[in-house]
Design a protein around this ligand. Structure first.
Ligand code: PRP
Ligand code: URA
Length: 205
């Protein structure tokens, strides 16, 4: 199920991310901002429970997050740019890493690294800015499910129709949060209009 972030600030940030004149330092700041908005949206259904507290004026019952550590799994390398907002806003987060790299000619993702915390019974947020052919995301979702994740949500900044279809084919019913759902892939499997190679723009390579 695809959720497209609909907020004026998201539209503003994504336009500057797309702009080819945006330099890496600004690109990293914008990546943080859009990922924070996506993190808030993607965690809308987290469980909460009552907590009795006293304000300076009177007792009251508020709500706090139910103790259940979130697991965030970035797909290296570009997914690293989306992790910090989760660490900043959630009190209890574990981070796992899946390294996947697309071959430049075939666009097929090759696995080169995997280090995951205990996932059994946990809700995992797989984060990767670009959902292009969907090969990387589908692969990462398979890995976290094999490790016992009960629920896996995909969070990306730009998605393509082809990528969403590929994830749906291999992982039906997966919740996908995206800031922009673009038109199509080009012959080299880059998203149009897209923003180019996210990892290169994030790290100035
Ligand atoms: C990019 C991007 C995704 C992947 C998406 O990574 O960050 O992980 O491509 O493409 P797909 O949906 O067709 O699999 P890339 O392989 O370029 O590696 P990088 O993050 O190290 O730059
Ligand atoms: N990876 C990127 O970084 N950009 C694309 O458009 C497709 C894959």
């Amino acid at each position: 199920m695809l959720h497209v972030l609909n907020h004026p600030l998201a539209a503003h940030v994504i336009t500057h991310l797309r702009d080819k004149t945006t330099k890496p330092a600004t690109f990293r700041t914008l990546c943080y901002q859009i990922s924070l908005l996506l993190a808030v949206e993607a965690t809308r259904t987290l469980a909460t429970e009552e907590k009795s507290i006293e304000t300076p004026l009177e007792p009251m019952t508020g709500r706090v997050l139910t103790a259940q550590p979130l697991v965030v799994v970035p797909i290296l390398r570009a997914g690293l740019g989306m992790v910090q907002p989760f660490l900043d806003i959630f009190p209890d987060v574990s981070v796992g890493y899946i390294g996947l790299e697309r071959d430049h000619t075939t666009a097929i993702a090759r696995s080169y690294y995997c280090k995951l915390p205990q996932l059994a019974g946990r809700h995992v947020f797989v984060v990767d800015p670009m959902l292009a052919t969907g090969g990387s995301a589908a692969n990462a979702l398979s890995v976290v499910k094999q490790q016992g994740a009960v629920d896996a949500t995909l969070v990306c900044i730009v998605s393509s129709p082809e990528g969403v279809a590929e994830v749906e084919k291999h992982h039906p019913g997966t919740v996908i949060h995206t800031a922009a759902h673009d038109r199509e892939l080009n012959a080299k499997k880059y998203i149009l209009p897209g923003l180019g190679d996210f990892g290169d723009r994030l790290y100035g390579t």
